[in-house]
Design a protein around this ligand. Structure first.
Ligand SMILES: Cc1cc2nc3c(=O)[nH]c(=O)nc-3n(C[C@H](O)[C@H](O)[C@H](O)COP(=O)(O)OP(=O)(O)OC[C@H]3O[C@@H](n4cnc5c(N)ncnc54)[C@H](O)[C@@H]3O)c2cc1C
Length: 493
């Protein structure tokens, strides 16, 4: 029996573990041992329930997601896993009857104009009438139609930062008031550093194809019209029990008896065809293959004894820390109109809050009847100093920001702070070069693979797929081909 060791019990590691389980069930002589340093599984995916002890009407609970609260609907991995494991009925679309995004600009709140796709307006009237942009700003955005497309030589990698791309095509005001919080915010990234080829390569392709972002997004809208009378699939989806329902189900299906928690991997070496790991409890684990499914900065400290080039490239992937702060309120005390999904606070505004989500508006069932829930984001690459505060202080800061920006009143029923130390990998310029080294060298080392949000996409579906790809790579090294991979390959072609 061949044994694959997986370091890290986040969604990537569990994606790998569940795939090994499927491979074994398909008749292959393979097994896994997963080692997770925390006492719990799920990594950044963490859901807590808070019992409603404040004049509960229906006895329900608050469902608080401390890390991710949703996934991109268009990426199939989560829905596929949910269908395989029988919890597809628990997928939860956003409540789009209340869909509205607020943006803070020059200290005032504006509604995001209808028709904006990423950072490009695709509807004329809402764009010309919005107060979010100045007239010179709007004219500059319109000039995108005439800005020539970037010339890219045949042998050149087309890449630039988010800042340079948006300023070049749509102007600085579009970057400062829309693209930075909306596009950069997804990655909690600094637009001055963020590699577009590594994060949103489709934008670079769109420019080359259409010569204009406005035309490109208009074309995209035409291709995906909403058919009248049909229920639109919402852009984001969550799970009724919170996002941890996903990782809990994956861990059950993979087999908890092969998973060890509360023990960290201290070193990893190769001994002939085997991998030998020393653990924090003094024990040693040996396997025929090894998947690193940890954050890059953690993998970098362990990879040195296996391959220095991979270790160096992995160490070159930076990460920033952030925290989410959730508050529950009585609906009749919060004092604001909750008919919106949340508010974005551009860097330019100089606020301590990056954004806030009206969780109980966006997702039905997150708060009991008569209560509401809101969560704020703090930190990110441009505000790391804030992370030095205690949890109490972070909650105080987030609440003061919500009061000042949104006019929140009343006292919260509870607050929960979730810190994510170096939890957001930064795909900076050069990321794709680093990936070429990591993937190129790993391909040459039998039984070694890396997975996780640090490499080819931070989104949960990307992470699951990265774990699955890692297993396919290793099985390929052993000349084992899975029927499900052949089906997937056919689907992609
Ligand atoms: C605040 C926040 C909000 C987010 N929101 C969204 C969202 O809404 N939608 C979305 O799609 N994505 C979101 N993301 C991104 C997404 O959550 C992550 O990219 C994803 O969960 C990463 O999963 P992972 O398994 O790769 O890594 P992790 O979840 O980081 O798991 C890695 C695991 O490895 C373990 N580990 C590390 N070193 C060792 C060691 N030496 N020994 C043993 N174990 C070790 C860690 O303890 C950890 O559990 C968000 C991220 C954050 C931080």
């Amino acid at each position: 029996m061949k044994k694959i060791i997986i370091i890290g019990g986040g969604v990537s590691g569990l994606g790998a573990a569940y795939k090994v389980r499927r491979a074994a069930e398909a008749g292959n002589d393979v097994s896994f041992a997963l080692i997770e340093k925390d006492d719990r599984l799920g990594g950044k995916i963490k859901t807590e329930t808070v019992v409603d002890e404040w004049d509960s009407v229906d006895g329900t609970e608050f469902i608080v997601d401390g890390g991710p609260d949703c996934f991109l609907t268009s990426k199939p991995a989560v829905s596929r896993i949910a269908a395989l494991l029988g919890f597809a009925d628990d997928t939860l679309p956003t409540d789009d009857s209340r869909k509205k995004t607020l943006i803070l600009s020059r200290g005032k709140l504006f509604e995001m104009p209808d028709g904006v796709m990423m950072f490009a307006p695709t509807k004329f009237l809402p764009f010309v009438t919005t107060g979010l942009f100045s007239w010179p700003g709007k004219i500059r955005m319109g000039l995108d139609l005439f800005v020539p497309k970037k010339k890219v030589a045949a042998d050149e990698v087309n890449d630039e930062t988010l800042e340079s791309f948006i300023v070049r095509r749509m102007g600085r005001e579009c970057l400062d008031r829309l693209a930075e919080p909306l596009v950069g915010g997804v990655h909690a990234s600094d637009p001055k550093q963020m590699s577009l080829a590594a994060t949103f390569p489709n934008l670079l392709d769109m420019e080359q194809k259409h010569g204009s972002m406005l035309l490109g997004f208009l074309d995209m809208r035409k291709k995906y019209p909403h058919k009248p009378g049909t229920k639109p699939r919402t852009f984001f989806t969550s799970l009724t029990g919170g996002m941890q329902e996903l990782t809990d189900n994956m861990a059950d299906a993979a087999g908890r008896d092969s998973i060890t928690t509360g023990v960290s991997v201290e070193s990893a070496t190769r001994d002939g065809d085997s991998y030998v790991l020393k653990l924090s409890d003094g024990s040693t684990v040996t396997g025929d293959a090894l998947i690193f499914a940890t954050e890059a900065w953690s993998a970098a400290t362990l990879l040195g004894d296996i391959d220095t080039q991979i270790a160096e490239a992995v160490a070159g992937i930076p990460a920033s820390s952030s925290a989410t702060v959730s508050f529950g309120f009585k609906e009749d005390e919060i004092g604001i109109n909750m008919d919106a999904f949340g508010v974005l606070c551009p860097q330019k505004e100089g606020r301590k809050l990056m954004a806030a989500t009206f969780s109980s508006t966006k997702w039905r069932g997150r708060a009991p009847t008569g209560k509401v829930m809101m969560r704020g984001f703090v930190g990110g690459p441009q505000n790391q100093a804030i992370m030095e505060n205690t949890d109490e202080k972070l909650a105080e800061i987030a609440l003061a920001e919500m009061r000042d920006i949104l006019g929140v009143k009343g006292d919260p029923l509870f607050s929960r702070v979730y810190r994510w130390h170096l939890g957001m990998p930064q795909y900076t310029m050069g990321h794709l070069d680093r990936m070429a080294v990591i993937e190129g060298r790993s391909a040459e080392i039998a039984g070694l693979a890396l997975a996780g949000g640090s490499y080819r996409g931070v989104g949960i579906p990307n992470c699951i797929e990265s774990g699955e790809r890692a297993v396919s790579k290793i099985l390929g090294d052993w000349n084992i081909e899975l029927a499900e991979d052949q089906v997937e390959e056919k689907r992609q072609h």
